[in-house]
Design a binder for this molecule. Structure first.
Ligand code: FAD
Length: 446
């Protein structure tokens, strides 16, 4: 497909805001095949063959926005735990937060394949996980809302999330149940006379709760003791996070990386929410949330990849520049080979990631693709990308020697951040459990 044709196709499918930004992207200045690889001025490494023109166009447009937020910006946000709200606003301004939301609500109506490319480009620009996490929930936690929400919920909420007026967060994890999500205890009790629910319980690790106006909340509407299966009795809500109202409190968690975005304990004590904040059917929340989980795994995989490539680019550059014992350190195979290995691991994980995203998107219209296949592909991709990113980030720090430990060289920030895709939203161990059981058909271990 010609470039002109690709722009036309994409522009006709994207929101007016995204459509407007495309002509201003560096696409117009592509001159050589090499220049189209560029996400940074450094040493772009990722092989782009095989991506669609749409994905490449998105990559260029997002890179152009990210270029306004250099590494020093992210260093400063990280050191001072300062929320990158201007970065969120810049993406919102051009409609990017609606990349995978319906066109009739102001979104671009594109798929997870394109959203994954957007998230990868963000982390790869040097923004790292902090940049990704500042918008991540707005992109994926809104997916179940878009599919199962009422017309009123959609019209009131989605446009404001896309244009950046409201930020959102995702409230699932609880301190006492962890990965055993189905055992979560936060209770939403119906008050039929007031047409409200009262929420009581605690969530933990909720990213961006301090800056969010909305939370997509998973809570029990039927106590665990009263359901036949633990997957029953859960409900999903889109609630206001109104700190001025009684029953809501939150506390920031001091953390290792991605310090620019807040992570929180959130406490509900009879916090009242209107009945019409329920998404879909009561007690069907788990089925509804499953809809977004595979999408989230793809986005996380993309984010991990971006971080890994960013680290590897820095390492390759440093290994070329730094001279010790009269030669560039990269001339030593002890430095070069681990970097070459990290590159191949990233490339393999990239193929797995975009295969999973493609399968996820295709499964929406192709009933012959089993849910099982999508689940295995998305979980495998998240696992492989997180492991490859970790390897690349670790090798990047080691390749820099002492300078790997210096904030100025960024790779220490990438290493701290690359642990997140290994832990969240589901840990590497739980993915191994899943594949052992669902693919290898070994006895369930938990
Ligand atoms: C930076 C960050 C941001 C996050 N953002 C959000 C957010 O916005 N919203 C949200 O809801 N959550 C969020 N989370 C939470 C995240 O999804 C959880 O931390 C993750 O799911 C792991 O749960 P846990 O911490 O309770 O671990 P636990 O369940 O306590 O597990 C601890 C360890 O034991 C292992 N383990 C447990 N059971 C088994 C088993 N049967 N077999 C093998 N190993 C096992 C796990 O793999 C893990 O290594 C975030 C977490 C982090 C670190």
């Amino acid at each position: 497909m010609s470039r002109h044709c690709a722009q036309k196709t994409l522009s006709s499918r994207v929101s007016p805001a995204i459509g407007r930004v495309l002509p201003r992207s560096p696409i117009a200045s592509w001159t050589t095949p090499r220049s189209r690889f560029s996400t940074s001025a450094r040493r772009p490494l990722m092989e782009l063959t095989g991506f669609t023109e749409e994905q490449l166009t998105i990559r260029e447009a997002i890179s152009a926005i990210c270029a306004k937020f250099p590494n020093t910006y992210w260093q400063e946000c990280d050191q001072n735990e300062r929320d990158p709200k201007d970065f969120h606003a810049a993406l919102a301004k051009d409609g990017w937060l609606g990349i995978a939301l319906p066109e009739e609500l102001g979104g671009a109506g594109l798929g997870i394949s394109e959203a994954t490319m957007m998230m990868q480009t963000i982390t790869q620009s040097g923004a790292g996980m902090a940049g990704a996490q500042s918008i991540h929930a707005n992109v994926y936690a809104t997916q179940p809302l878009a599919k199962f929400g009422t017309k009123q919920q959609l019209e009131e909420t989605i446009p404001k999330i896309i244009n950046g007026t409201w930020r959102t967060c995702f409230g699932v994890t609880e301190p006492n149940t962890g990965l055993e999500t189905l055992k979560l205890k936060t209770l939403a009790t119906k008050n039929p006379t007031k047409q409200t629910y009262s929420i009581s319980g605690q969530k933990i690790w909720i990213t961006c709760a301090q800056v969010a106006s909305k939370m997509i909340l998973l809570a029990r509407t039927t106590p665990l003791e009263e359901v036949k299966k633990s997957s029953q009795g859960l409900s999903l809500f889109c609630i206001d996070l109104d700190r001025s109202r009684p029953g809501l409190d939150m506390r920031k968690i001091k953390k290792m990386g991605g310090r620019a975005v807040d992570a929180n304990e959130v406490f509900f004590d009879n916090y009242e929410i209107p009945e019409n904040t329920l998404i879909g059917q009561e007690n069907e929340g788990f089925k509804i949330i499953l809809h977004g989980m595979n999408a989230e795994r793809c986005l996380l995989a993309g984010e991990a990849l971006g971080l890994g490539y960013a680290a590897l680019e820095r390492a390759a550059q440093y290994a070329s520049d730094r001279v010790v014992f009269g030669r560039p350190i990269g001339q030593n195979q002890g430095i070069a080979h681990p970097l070459a290995d990290a590159y191949m691991q990233l490339e393999a994980a990239k193929l797995a990631t975009y295969h999973a995203a493609r399968l996820y998107d295709a499964s929406k219209t192709d009933d012959s693709i089993p849910f099982h296949s999508v689940g295995v592909a998305c979980n495998s991709a998240k696992y492989l990308a997180a492991e490859a990113a970790f390897k690349a980030c670790e090798r990047a720090v080691l390749s820099h020697g002492g300078m790997g430990y210096a904030v100025e060289y960024d790779v220490e920030r990438y290493l701290r951040e690359c642990l997140v895709p290994r832990i969240a939203p589901v840990s590497r161990e739980m993915i191994l459990n899943y594949v052992s059981e669902k693919v290898l058909q070994l006895p369930r271990s938990y």
